[in-house]
Write a protein that binds this ligand. Structure first.
Ligand code: AMP
Length: 620
């Protein structure tokens, strides 16, 4: 029976609980839902009609946090207490960020390590997860205020290139804000969903999602087939966006007004005013041909043609990224069926025209480019709420996932580009008699040796009951859940002992690093195959040495002194070759040792069998 809640504060009947879609953006964040009556996605707006919440957190002297428009007002006056662009810090270490250290006006702790960054405000330290959770909490409160019902379940979007660590950090931020994060969805996937793409099972399409915001640019190439979204490639520039357009306009005016650097340094307010007026000009020129205003009593003007000249090189850079994304996906512009525009800066007509010309087709720009990702998140939330049952959303793993096996080799369980959720398992066994533990080291990457890949986690399966080598059956299973988070489980099947781990990598990989890892796997492919063959030969050699030595010790009295001497010699030379020889030399030495031991091994076996027979009564 369905339960109906009553809102104690208002006495009104509570509606069925809503799952909201959240676009947690670098500059702005917003919440959307599927309207219960119209069944269409809508963004939640305050009475003033404003849906965007600036992703800015301000802390006052007492440590009290405010989020959104009020916090944004402190960006200039209290830069060290006002945190913006938290999304750039998610899942990152200081080392990941130091190339852009100037960008942050607040204190990012430089501990020169690989551990996750912290932000210092006064005497307090905050993690990016905590800061994001403050933004999410504000969004939750607003949504509850507008919907007049508790909001506890959400779908949150992230860039397609976010790795496991960054997705996990986003999920943790949600949890901290009191939200049950039902799904983390890629932003380009959400934008495509908002335009209704991929909602029909029989639809197969290749989509380019062009997302130019205030400070970042992303291009993603997606394929939808049978209701499944795959990210074919991503590219972009994490420090390119509408802010660069504003800066170019401000610089142009500074030149025209003949302002010197000293004057600007002395009058910080002037620089700020120029920047704000520049943004105003840019926005105005999205709908008009000329702009005229004043800065500190001086007239400033800008024409649409001049704007295009000023931003031309930035727009070209975005098109270069599009070219790279297509090449990575092994596609040409002709293969793209739809182009979706996302981000406030795609309102600039010149941007739209340039992108349409590049892809040779009309672009989808009918929806509000600031809202489209949140609207798509709401569509996904609705699917999860069970309102669109025959629809499943899948993404893919960007890099292969596997474990370390003998000799430091990578054994891939979930290959790169596998659809998620995805499950894979394989059985392993012990190397030594009575071995009671097994170390499971989990890696991500495309290289054959784990040392060239990225370690995600490690754990020990302990308490394996004593058994001869090779007898325990350890099943290692990988489950990549719908958010791209990996759960690794190891279970010894004979005894039932098991251990599992949820992978929360310590720090993140940038998309450039993912790309670099993929490129390296291609450049080193031949060398890797050779190394793998050598390591396999070395592993085989050491196993044969172990078993032969054990055999000699156990059966010493059945062997002649010559046989023992010849075998020990062969073992010595195999041992030496294992360290220094080539794969073929090792194989030859293994063969030689086998040839030497085969005759007496057979003899010993025969003796053992006849002894065993003698000792037994054969029952009639
Ligand atoms: P987003 O990060 O997606 O919220 O995008 C914000 C960027 O879009 C900022 O650089 C804004 O200046 C820019 N923007 C917003 N509205 C317009 C407009 N009408 N014309 C040009 N740029 C705009």
């Amino acid at each position: 029976m369905a339960k109906i809640g009553i809102n104690i504060a208002t006495g009104s009947l509570q509606q069925q609980e809503m799952i909201v879609g959240i676009d947690l953006g670098t500059t702005n964040s917003l919440v959307a839902i599927i309207h219960p009556e119209s069944k269409k996605p809508v963004v939640l707006k305050e009475h003033d009609g404003n849906a965007l919440v600036p992703s800015v957190v301000h802390f006052d002297e007492t440590g009290l946090a405010t989020v959104g428009d009020t916090a944004k007002e402190y960006l200039i006056t209290e830069p060290h207490r006002t945190i913006f662009s938290v999304k750039r810090l998610m899942g990152k270490s200081y080392n990941d960020l130091k190339a852009h250290a100037d960008f942050f006006t607040y204190r990012v702790i430089d501990d020169n390590t690989e551990s996750l960054v912290k932000i210092q405000v006064g005497n307090a330290f905050y993690s990016p997860v905590e800061l994001s959770s403050l933004i999410l909490k504000e969004l939750k409160t607003r949504a509850e205020h507008i919907l007049k019902t508790p909001v506890t379940k959400a779908v949150i979007t992230v860039p397609a290139y976010f790795n496991d660590a960054q997705r996990q950090a986003t999920r943790d931020a949600g949890k901290l804000a009191g939200l049950d994060v039902l799904r983390i969805v890629n932003e380009p996937t959400a934008a495509s969903l908002a335009y209704g793409m991929g909602l029909r099972q029989d639809e197969t399409k290749t989509i380019a999602v062009y997302d130019l915001g205030g400070g970042t640019f992303d291009i993603s190439v997606l394929r939808i087939a049978g209701g499944i979204f795959e990210v074919l490639s991503t590219n972009g520039d994490t420090y390119l966006g509408g802010d660069d357009f504003d800066r170019a306009i401000a610089e142009y005016w500074i030149g025209l007004l003949g302002l010197s650097r000293e004057e600007l340094d002395q009058h910080k307010q002037l620089g700020q005013e120029l920047r704000l007026r520049a943004e105003e000009a840019k926005k105005h020129l999205s709908f008009h041909d000329t702009f005229e205003s004043a800065v500190s009593g001086e007239k400033v003007t800008l024409t649409k043609t001049k704007l295009e000249e000023l931003i031309g090189s930035y727009v070209q850079r975005t098109l270069d990224c599009c070219k790279n994304a297509l090449a990575d996906a092994d596609l040409t512009v002709k293969d793209i069926d739809e182009v979706v525009m996302v981000g406030g800066s795609t309102r600039v007509p010149f941007v739209k025209e340039s992108v349409a010309a590049f892809f040779g087709r009309k672009v989808h720009d009918s929806m509000n480019p600031d809202e489209v990702v949140a609207l798509g998140a709401a569509v996904q939330a609705d699917i999860l709420a069970g309102n669109n049952k025959d629809f499943l959303l899948l993404d893919i793993t960007p890099l292969s996932l596997g474990i370390e096996t003998m000799g430091g080799l990578m054994d891939v369980l979930v290959p790169r580009n596998s659809k998620i959720p995805s499950k894979a398992g394989r059985q392993y066994t012990t190397q030594k008699d009575g071995q009671s533990g097994m170390r499971i080291s989990v890696y991500q990457g495309e290289r054959d040796l784990v040392k060239d890949n990225r370690k995600l986690a490690e754990f020990n399966l302990t308490n394996i009951p004593a058994m001869p080598a090779g007898l325990p059956k350890v099943e290692v299973s990988f489950l990549v859940n719908a958010d791209g988070i990996l759960v690794v489980k190891a279970k010894e099947l004979r005894s039932g002992v098991e251990q599992s781990i949820e992978v929360k990598p310590q720090y993140g990989l940038t998309d450039e690093e993912v790309e670099k890892m993929l490129l390296e796997s291609i450049t080193h492919a031949k060398e890797d195959i050779q190394v793998r063959a050598l390591v396999e030969a070395q592993t085989e050699a050491s196993q044969i040495i172990d078993t032969t030595q054990l055999f000699i010790t156990k059966n010493r009295e059945l062997l002649t002194d010559e046989e023992v001497a010849a075998t020990t010699n062969a073992i010595d030379s195999l041992q030496q070759l294992t360290a220094t020889g080539t794969k073929d030399e090792i194989h030859a030495a293994i063969e030689k040792l086998n040839e030497l031991s085969r005759p007496y091994a057979e003899r010993v076996m025969d003796t053992a069998i006849s002894r065993a027979m003698k000792g037994k009564n054969i029952l009639k």
